[in-house]
Design a protein around this ligand. Sequence first.
Ligand SMILES: Cc1ncc(COP(=O)(O)O)c(C=O)c1O
Length: 273
Amino acid sequence: MNKPVYVDNNATTAVAPEVTEAMLPFFTEHWGNPSSMHVFGGGLKKHIDTAREQVAVLLGAEHPNEIIFTSCGSESDNMAIRGVVDAMGGHPHIITTRVEHAAVLGPAHYLEDKGFRLSTLEVDEQGRLDLNQVRELSLTGKTTVASVMWANNETGVIFPVPEIGIIIKGSGGIFHTDAVQVAGKLPISVQDIPIDSLSISGHKLHAPKGIGALYVRRGTKIAPHIMGGHQERGRRAGTENVPYIVGLGKACELAMQRMAADAAKESRLRDRL
Ligand SMILES: Cc1ncc(COP(=O)(O)O)c(C=O)c1O
């Protein structure tokens, strides 16, 4: 039988050998709890800090503290929507698109069931958004919380996130983008685009499944959805998953180094196919 060829990296990617290698010592030698005061935990914070910096560099964040580690892209999306709505109080108008991942549509419909107004933007037959729809919706007078993906996981269509950000932020709203399919594939500079939060997922960029991150711009209020300890500066409780955090950091570092060459190679392969 012919060897199968894997062409589904939008579903998941293989863990890079360099990532596995970076993670292994945190299973075998440095397995302590980063919150412990003794020698087994003490040194671990600096590895988490390094990973936070590596993620911040990939996203072009101004400060590593704007990065919150989560368990996956779905958690990042849920937190970005529900955490912001909780922190705002009141009943903001939620805006999203019909073609979002279920990790965005799930919390959006949950809030709709709770009585929030939800507007779902349509796309045309090419999968593209009409910016006029966004403009009209942002002018309804109510504060908006908008979540629009950067690139679609099925069609590959890239939405004009900077332009949407200008519209939403210009009307005083809060703007989240699901960049799970963009991180590691296209350059991102959150400092240069008007967004408040951005989700990524490790397993789409050669880190393992079960680790993600949420960028939250400094000053954006977000309520923790997992309450407990003071990890992640009180924004997401739970003992840090040190090996996976280290793995995500390494994957982001590799993506920075390889993004341009990978894109050129994959474009060539796509065109040949
Ligand atoms: C666009 C998009 N958002 C969110 C997710 C969810 O990420 P995770 O599998 O890490 O929960 C995916 C994964 O398929 C995705 O493609």
